[in-house]
Write a protein that binds this ligand. Structure first.
Ligand code: URP
Ligand code: ZN
Ligand code: ZN
Ligand code: ZN
Length: 485
């Protein structure tokens, strides 16, 4: 008979309720929730909260980017995830411009073989052509129903508006979700070149070349293009009020648009780029760059108000040696920062610990909302009978000081170095297996499984309008044109 595990003496916290009950796990799923349950093994959750495992919808593991590969692969990245209470990551399969999407997917499937925790993929659309159009259907049939577009990184990953529009319409037909990195890549390239020519070569040039306006402009543009295409739109790494404002307005108008602030943008600010130590500043170079306090307040408010939906990491870790590729030219500093292990503890500390978020809102923005948006709820993102037993036994009193010295990531630094957090996972369970306990990741490599998703995301309200545009009613005119009106 299957061995069962019961989690006793804890308080279940989901996105919509807080209740004291035991949780019985059998065969990798939640078998029962209620008082006085018993099982073969007991996990004592005294003093702890039982929450759905975190889902990080935005990671770049072993990503080929800016002449190198991001330093965490699926092995170290998913190890970091579990150590921080995250039980599922969604990574971006990234075809080279010109490359087959299915070939890129095969590459990503290979890379993910060593994953310690469950994972899914988004497919990046980095170029456009008949082949991409055709393959998108196969990609969706393989369970990857979200497609990401870069409006920045001119000359490599960027797609233009006509390509984005064509792709969005295809995604709408497939019932999928469009995603965008919203920065105006033409203007970023122009500003970066001007700054370099004027002698600004340090990491601060990165921030100067990517002001909030380039993000706000691209967010507005993508929202309007998605509206015409009739496709739901997910905006990754929303970092500023200009972008948040566009998302808020779209949502209020009934559009299916979601925004995703990163834990880094919520707590780290632009002053990092003016640090006198080049390494310190370069280690924090990512796109969009960190912003000022007013933008951070906007993001926190959006999470509380529901106008922003998910907190991710965009985990794209590099080493100091890799960051130094950009000594003398900030445009060559690999863009990206890590956060997989720290997302939940930092958000709990700076969000729940300060009263900016309730514990239930914490669950919503770290797990449940994205499970719904990506169509894997309630298999993931829920503490409910029948759901995967991806659970965190969360000790709200446990403390540590974040440091690269003890972290799981392959990077030699941590952007949250020295931050004292209060609230940590005591245990992380992945499909019923104790995956993290006593400070150690215990789920074996290869334990992680691919989570396929269906494409049933709701369409934008403008879909009808677009259909009318593509099949315009002929205007019947008779007689002479009327003049002089
Ligand atoms: O700087 C970043 N964000 N690097 C990762 C790639 C991306 O744009 O998400
Ligand atoms: Zn991006
Ligand atoms: Zn990213
Ligand atoms: Zn390992």
């Amino acid at each position: 008979a299957t061995q069962t595990t019961v989690i006793k003496n804890g308080t279940i916290v989901t996105h919509d309720l807080t209740v004291r009950a035991d949780v019985l796990v059998a065969g990798g799923v939640i078998a029962a929730i209620g008082p006085n349950l018993s099982g073969d093994h007991v996990i004592d959750a005294t003093g702890c909260l039982i929450m759905p495992g975190g889902i990080d919808p935005h990671t770049h593991l072993e990503m080929p980017f800016m002449g190198t590969f991001s330093a965490d692969d699926f092995e170290s990245g998913t190890r970091a995830a579990l150590a921080g209470g995250t039980t599922m990551v969604v990574d971006f399969a990234l075809p080279d411009p010109g490359q087959s999407l299915m070939d890129a997917l095969a590459v990503w499937s290979n890379k993910s073989a060593r994953a310690h925790c469950d994972y899914s993929f988004h497919m990046a659309v980095t170029w456009w052509g008949q082949r991409v159009f055709d393959e998108m259907e196969q990609v969706a049939a393989a369970g990857i129903t979200s497609f990401k577009h870069f409006m920045a990184y001119k000359g490599s990953l960027m797609v233009n508006d006509d390509e984005m529009f064509a792709s969005f319409r295809r995604i709408a037909d497939l019932g999928g979700l469009a995603m965008i990195h919203a920065e105006n890549g033409d203007i970023v390239a122009e500003m970066a070149a001007k700054l370099l020519a004027a002698g600004t070569t340090g990491p601060e040039g990165h921030a100067y070349s990517r002001p909030a306006q380039v993000e706000g402009e691209a967010t507005n543009r993508a929202i309007m293009i998605a509206d015409m295409a009739g496709v739901p739109l997910y905006i990754v790494h929303t970092s500023c009020e200009e972008s948040h404002e566009a998302i808020r307005r779209a949502r209020q108008a009934g559009k299916r648009v979601w925004g995703e602030p990163l834990i880094q943008h919520l707590v780290l600010d632009e002053t990092e780029y003016f640090h006198p130590d080049w390494d310190h500043a370069a280690r924090r170079v990512m796109s969009p760059p960190f912003r000022n306090k007013a933008h951070q307040d906007s993001l926190w408010a959006g999470l509380a108000a529901g106008s922003l939906s998910c907190v991710a990491t965009d985990h794209c870790a590099f080493t100091t040696a890799q960051k130094r590729f950009g000594l003398g030219d900030f445009t060559k500093i690999p863009n990206g920062t890590g956060g997989l292990e720290d997302r939940l503890p930092v958000l709990w500390t700076c969000g729940v610990g300060t009263g900016r978020l309730t514990p239930n809102e914490f669950v919503a923005v770290t797990s449940t909302n994205i499970a719904k948006i990506l169509n894997c709820y309630p298999r993931k993102g829920a503490v409910a009978v029948g759901s995967d037993a991806d659970l965190i036994i969360w000790d709200p009193e446990a403390e540590k000081t974040i440091s690269a010295a003890g972290h799981q990531s392959n990077s030699d630094f941590n952007v949250f170095e020295g931050m004292k957090v209060r609230g940590l996972p005591r245990y992380t369970l992945s499909r019923g297996v104790v995956a993290f306990a006593d400070g150690k990741v215990t789920a074996p490599e290869g334990h992680g499984a691919f989570v396929p998703r269906k494409g049933t995301t709701p369409v934008n309200t403008a879909l009808q309008a677009w259909k009318e545009l593509t099949n315009p009613r002929p205007v019947v005119r008779s007689g002479l044109p009327v003049t002089g009106v």
